[in-house]
Design a protein around this ligand. Structure first.
Ligand code: ADP
Ligand code: MG
Length: 563
């Protein structure tokens, strides 16, 4: 009984396959990186599960990934002795995409090949990239620990359905056979495979083996080839910084982040002393499509003494740094560490503090050394970083220094002004940082509240993101200067006025006492106070907020929520 079945791919898989095959045409070789990456993950998972259940190792076999090819038959075979998959796992892992938000993501693809190939890279192409070069893919797999008779054969042409059957598979692990398309026959070549492995997978910690070239006579060819390791096969983060090239750091990023754009920055550190751990942290250059979704993947890959423990360990970084990717390898944690333990262990707390500081320092460096790259970073992740001052009071000043704002100094509403820039442009006698929040840049730019500032040449930060008013609830000071909302109470711009200005203002106030009284009476229960203002130069009147009032943006949010 082989329990043969034909099943349909989930709709999202069909869409992804279609898009991938058509938009990744210029970068086809990445299929190998993806399949090797999966084989390496499978070795990691086996090593981890075998800690508790040594019988899963089935008597041995060091982890390795073997890649062979047959030029005449036009096939490439990728064979690993990792964790393997059960029948149920095959159906769900190689038939669906579990990640939430996928359907929305796919809807947003434009049909423009170049743009889409970038976006798909962000999504992580994974296993399905096999169909970039193959018109038929076969998978032979057996989960470690299951009997030999519970192997699984999966095969598909990538057009909507796949066949699945139960087979005998004596060796644990997964073998994938790619039947190459005619125009992809170039990949069934030893030197081509070797160069792709060197390029993308040199950092993989598991040996990747190719058959050794055989130069003798055909009749002497051995039945089983000699295998030769082609990658460096030592976990990249365990090597000294000076021995790792930028190229290697970049391709390692693509492996851990499932993103095939280059990272914007990275920081690799070995910490010794009371706590011992190595971290390799990356700032991506682009936000993933689900950055704002609650269950989107986040966190670091956790290793303990080089043994993979878990993906997406969230406990090492605060939420506002959830876009950071990378690896942390600890020597202090137990190999049996679980998510529950991570949440309670004080060691994790100290690591989190140190890693957070690392990231903030890395961003600070990026901002000062490569301002253009930082500007791009801000566009991608600025909104998330703005959650920082509320979440992480201890680093408020550091985070504030990383924020970028639109202001009256610029004209286009681009968020490019740092608080340091602002302070550098402060007028003599000015000791406050002025800001105005609102719905849109066009609206705040024309606000009558800005008139007096324009007249005095004082810069005002213009905040129009949804999160801004909430952010300003937590930012009270920067570099010893307090923040002042220009719509609130007395502005106290006195220090900026000349003696003549002051005298003139007093005279105006006196001469308008009668008017103020009449207005106060007429508007009695609608306003708290009426006063002569020196903040306007063109508009006759303006509504201002009291020092303690809820801001306008916040009011709208509360009203919308039915409060
Ligand atoms: P990802 O690696 O991001 O999870 P993939 O599309 O590359 O996505 O792989 C989907 C899933 O299929 C993996 O998460 C894993 O569970 C399973 N898988 C793929 N290749 C292998 C393999 N060689 N051995 C065991 N499981 C695998
Ligand atoms: Mg993968």
């Amino acid at each position: 009984d082989t329990r043969k079945e034909t099943l349909g791919f989930q709709t999202e898989v069909k869409q992804l396959l279609h898009l991938m095959i058509h938009s990744l045409y210029s970068n086809r070789e990445i299929f190998l990186r993806e399949l090797v990456s999966n084989a390496s993950d499978a070795a990691d998972k086996l090593r981890f599960e075998a800690l508790a259940k040594p019988e899963l190792l089935e008597g041995g076999g060091d982890p390795r990934i073997r890649i062979s090819f047959d030029t005449d038959a036009r096939t490439i075979t990728i064979d690993d002795n990792g964790i393997g998959m059960s029948r149920d796992e095959v159906v769900s892992h190689l038939g669906t995409i579990a990640r939430s938000g996928t359907a929305d993501f796919l809807k947003n693809l434009s049909g423009d090949q170049k743009k889409d190939s970038q976006l798909i890279g962000q999504f992580g192409v994974g296993f399905y990239s096999a169909f970039i070069v193959a018109d038929r893919v076969e998978v032979f797999t057996r989960r470690a620990g299951l009997p030999a008779a519970e192997g699984v054969h999966w095969s598909s042409t990538g057009e909507g359905e796949f066949d699945i059957a139960t087979i005998d598979k004596p060796e644990r692990g997964t073998r994938i056979v790619l039947h190459l398309k005619e125009d992809a026959s170039e990949f069934a070549s030893g030197w081509r495979l070797r160069s792709i492995i060197k390029k993308y997978s040199d950092h993989i910690g598991v040996p990747i083996e190719l058959p050794e070239e055989f130069h003798g006579e055909e009749k002497d060819r051995p039945a089983e080839p000699e295998w030769e390791t082609v990658n460096r096969a030592s976990a990249l983060w365990t090597r000294p910084r000076s021995e790792v090239t930028d190229e290697e750091y970049r391709s390692f990023y693509q492996h851990v982040a499932h993103d095939f754009s280059d990272p914007a920055a990275w920081s690799h550190n070995k910490v010794e002393g009371k706590l011992e751990y190595t971290s390799l942290l990356y700032v991506p250059s682009r936000a993933s499509f689900d950055l704002y979704q609650r269950e989107s993947p986040r966190g670091l890959k956790l290793y303990v003494q080089r043994v993979f423990i878990m993906d997406q360990a969230e406990e090492f970084l605060p939420l506002y740094l959830r876009f950071i990717r990378g690896v942390v390898d600890s020597s202090d944690l137990s190999l049996n560490v679980s998510r529950e333990i991570l949440q309670k262990d004080p060691v994790i707390g100290s690591m989190k503090t140190a890693l957070t500081k690392r990231v903030l320092d890395m961003l600070d460096k990026l901002a000062s050394n490569e301002p253009e790259k930082y500007a791009e970073f801000w566009k991608q992740f600025g909104q998330v970083l703005k959650e920082g001052p509320a979440e992480d009071a201890g680093n408020r000043e550091k985070i504030a220094a990383l924020l970028r704002f639109a202001s009256t100094h610029g004209t286009d509403g681009e968020q490019t002004v740092s608080l340091a820039d602002y302070i550098g442009r402060m007028k003599d006698g000015q000791n406050k940082i002025y800001y105005l929040t609102g719905e849109s840049h066009a609206q705040v730019r024309n606000s009558p509240h800005l008139e007096v500032f324009r007249k005095k040449g004082v810069e005002v930060l213009l905040l129009t993101d949804r999160i801004d008013e909430w952010l300003m609830g937590y930012l009270t000071e920067f570099d010893g200067r307090s923040f002042v909302d220009v719509t609130r109470g007395d502005l106290d711009l006195g220090a900026l006025d000349s003696e003549d200005d002051k005298k003139a203002q007093e005279e105006v106030s006196k001469s308008r006492e009668g008017l103020v009284e009449r207005l106060a009476k007429a508007l009695d229960d609608q306003v708290a106070q009426v006063r002569v203002s020196h903040r306007l130069t063109e508009s006759p009147a303006v509504l201002a907020l009291g020092e303690q009032d809820i801001g306008l943006q916040m009011r709208q949010i509360l009203e919308a929520a039915g409060q």
